[in-house]
Design a protein around this ligand. Structure first.
Ligand code: NAG
Ligand code: NAG
Ligand code: NAG
Ligand code: NAG
Ligand code: NAG
Ligand code: NAG
Length: 308
């Protein structure tokens, strides 16, 4: 009798343990994909903010257009990981438009690195759509609609503001769109293999945050459709990639314009041409160093790639 009871209890416990394990796994998957929680208490239209502090793998919340990655690729050796991203997903998986990204913030602090390798991380929202990689001749427009703020501390500065104490906090960073291109389609998305890196800097702080080719001066100035003007610098980086950087003439905390003209201009400066492939498009902040915690907040972001 006694034996039988124990056996029954044992058999009864096992399936529960297995089920709980599966449920926990499933819940983790659902949360990572920005799906509504299985557990009660979550409202259909609530916003869930999840914090991600991993070194460098991305999460892609539904409906799947953007991948968020703390991307602390330059943190090596004795350096400490000290960067987190908060991604705010809508539990109903619908946003202002079909192409709107979940709002995100990133808070970080790193010590100064070597001059040869000053960047610690590029926390970003990467455009993850089936059209990429795309041949440049097939890009009709690439519209960036964004609003951001940067502040000192662990909380978001008010929308669209740049904290005047960022310089005193020793911030060395930019806010930018980062793109990679290559003649070979399969290489165009590989950030360490692609022939070309093209950046559009909307903000820039600190003496270490200079575009490659800064000493050679501005190659050309272009103004995009919404009136923001950008200076072009270019040169080769330490691994032989040709790097083209468009630097906004003032902190551009709000912008809504097609940046494809900035890419097309580069064929006049030894850059990518119509037959090259665009394989990577992401918006984020290149984090060099800072003496205090700083926070980038991106309450509004959409990247609209129109092909054909
Ligand atoms: C989805 O949730 C968001 C965030 O709470 C809300 O603003 C929006 O109205 C909801 N949309 C739909 C279609 O329910
Ligand atoms: C920022 O500073 C606080 C201390 O105020 C610390 O606990 C936190 O981990 C730091 N880093 C990040 C990424 O928030
Ligand atoms: C990010 O999320 C953490 C954990 O919920 C929270 O403590 C922190 O204040 C959030 N950061 C920002 C900038 O909202
Ligand atoms: C942006 O603002 C900071 C002040 O926080 C300033 O140091 C920096 O030069 C500005 N960047 C541009 C491109 O105007
Ligand atoms: C910040 O901007 C977002 C997106 O435009 C908006 O939903 C939010 O209400 C704004 N927050 C404040 C405090 O104005
Ligand atoms: C370029 O666009 C045309 C017309 O939409 C399409 O037929 C073609 O397959 C596209 N080529 C590439 C390489 O994407």
């Amino acid at each position: 009798m006694g034996r039988l009871s124990i056996l029954s209890v044992g058999l009864f416990i096992l399936p529960i343990a297995v089920t709980v394990g599966v449920l926990v796994g499933l819940e983790t998957y659902r949360v990572n994909h920005g799906q509504k929680s299985l557990f009660p208490g979550d409202q259909d239209n609530a916003i869930t903010t999840q914090m991600y502090c991993q070194k460098e793998y991305g999460i892609t919340p539904d409906p799947g257009r953007y991948t968020f990655n703390p991307n602390q690729w330059g943190v090596t050796g004795a350096d400490q990981l000290n960067l987190c991203m908060n991604v705010s997903t809508n539990d109903n998986n619908t946003y202002a438009t079909d192409i709107t990204a979940p709002a995100f913030t990133t808070t970080w602090q790193f010590p100064q690195g070597p001059v040869t390798e000053p960047v610690h991380a590029f926390p970003n929202a990467k455009l993850t759509v089936s059209e990429i990689p795309v041949t440049l001749s097939n890009v009709s427009s690439l519209t960036l609609d964004v609003e951001w703020s940067y502040g000192v501390g662990n909380t978001a500065a008010p929308n669209g503001t740049v904290d005047p104490t960022l310089d005193a906090a020793g911030l060395n960073a930019n806010v930018c769109v980062d793109m990679f291109l290559d003649p070979v389609e399969a290489q165009s998305g590989l950030t360490d293999k692609a022939a070309y890196e093209v950046m559009v800097w909307l903000g820039r702080w600190g003496p270490a945050t200079l575009p490659i080719g800064y000493a050679q001066g501005v190659a050309v100035i272009l103004t995009v459709a919404d009136g923001h003007s950008f200076d072009l610098y270019f040169g080769d980086n330490s691994i032989g990639q040709k790097v083209f950087t468009w630097v906004a003439q003032s902190n551009t905390t709000s912008m809504n314009a097609d940046i494809n003209p900035l890419i097309n201009e580069l064929s006049n400066h030894g850059g990518p041409t119509t037959t090259d492939h665009l394989g990577y498009v992401a918006f984020g902040t290149e984090a060099l160093y800072s003496l205090q915690n700083v926070t980038l907040s991106v309450p509004r972001l959409s990247m609209d790639l129109v092909t054909g």
